[in-house]
Design a protein around this ligand. Structure first.
Ligand SMILES: [Mn+2]
Length: 319
């Protein structure tokens, strides 16, 4: 745990500052960046929020529009070696963070990870359910009130990242939401959380139900025709909501090779280590105990049957 005062001191002397989210940002990454930008702006430190990839979820696009969050793809700025970067909801050298021109000076994250020595500021709190909860603690430390927009974004983020308080949630996440509840636009939060899919997504649900293989509390499905990564995560949660299924692996063909999404309800099968084992030698992965992701860069290294068997043996070892 770090004091935000240290971060402020570091950033005071910097030229141009960018707050970078992980690639294909989610609600937590964007809300954390937005809240940090607001906090720093109050202290006369200007920043720009950037990301790599796309904003996949309609609900996130809606959040950005409604709360007027100014976030742009990094290539919209001509970044250079003099620029400073603050990473939120992600860590340096993560596979899901594009390495951009500029120096990563600070990391604020809630994923398990190491603290790199060349960072001037590193605040990793892996027991927190959302990065938004860390950012809110900075407001508390400075006795600063978030605006209604900032509160709404943080509230939404904690809801999403903890899967409505059912995953990786800590008492501090709950206390934070209790405080935000008074200031945030609860109707908007609920609408963003509730409306996560579109009618057009039904075809993926149909494909999933028709093609899923279930064995030993384990479920696997590969989307040969592709499926966007955010929807893949929603589908994985949907399958995990089935009583008999405790461990889920979904994969899809994508522009970056094969992408994976893992969910586990069984503490004996941690999702993050399971995906690392499954993709050993052909790809990479990481995340939390109950949710993780991964990727095989080269499609030719992907063998659906091998992946299924490897995963099944992991599922059996934990049951
Ligand atoms: Mn997060």
């Amino acid at each position: 745990m770090q004091s935000v005062k240290k971060l402020i001191k570091i950033l005071k002397n910097k030229n141009r500052i960018f707050i970078q989210t992980h690639n294909y940002p989610d609600h937590d990454a964007v809300a954390s960046a937005f809240a940090l930008q607001y906090l720093l702006r109050n202290l006369k430190i200007e920043t720009k929020i950037i990301y790599h990839g796309d904003i996949l979820r309609d609900s996130l696009q809606k959040m950005n529009e409604r709360l007027k969050i100014d976030i742009l793809p990094h290539y919209k700025y001509k970044m250079n070696g003099e620029d400073s970067i603050v990473l939120v909801d992600s860590n340096k050298k993560n596979k899901n963070v594009a390495e951009l021109k500029g120096n990563v000076v600070a990391v604020i994250d809630h994923h398990p990870g190491e603290s790199f020595e060349d960072l001037e500021f590193c605040d990793i709190r892996s027991n927190y359910g959302a990065c938004a909860t860390i950012i809110f603690s900075y407001f508390a430390e400075l006795k600063m009130e978030p605006s209604a927009e900032v509160a709404t974004a943080l509230h939404t983020a904690i809801n999403f990242d903890t899967h409505q308080f059912t995953r990786n949630v800590s008492p501090i996440d709950i206390e934070t939401v209790a405080m935000l509840y008074r200031v945030s636009d609860v109707t908007l939060v609920n609408s963003l959380v509730r409306n996560s899919i579109k009618i057009d997504d039904f075809k993926y649900y149909r494909y999933l139900i028709d093609n899923i293989r279930i064995e030993n509390n384990f479920a696997y499905c590969h989307f040969t025709q592709g499926c966007n990564k955010d929807l893949l995560a929603i589908l994985a949660d949907y399958i995990l909501s089935v009583e008999e299924i405790k461990f889920v692996l979904l994969s899809t063909q994508s522009s970056e090779g094969i992408s994976f999404c893992v969910r586990s309800e069984n503490p004996k099968i941690p999702a993050n280590t399971a995906i690392q084992t499954i993709l050993q030698g052909i790809g990479s992965g990481g995340g939390h105990i109950d949710m993780a992701g991964g990727r095989i860069p080269e499609t030719k290294d992907f063998n659906q049957e091998k992946i299924f068997k490897k995963c099944l043996s992991i599922a059996k070892s934990g049951s």
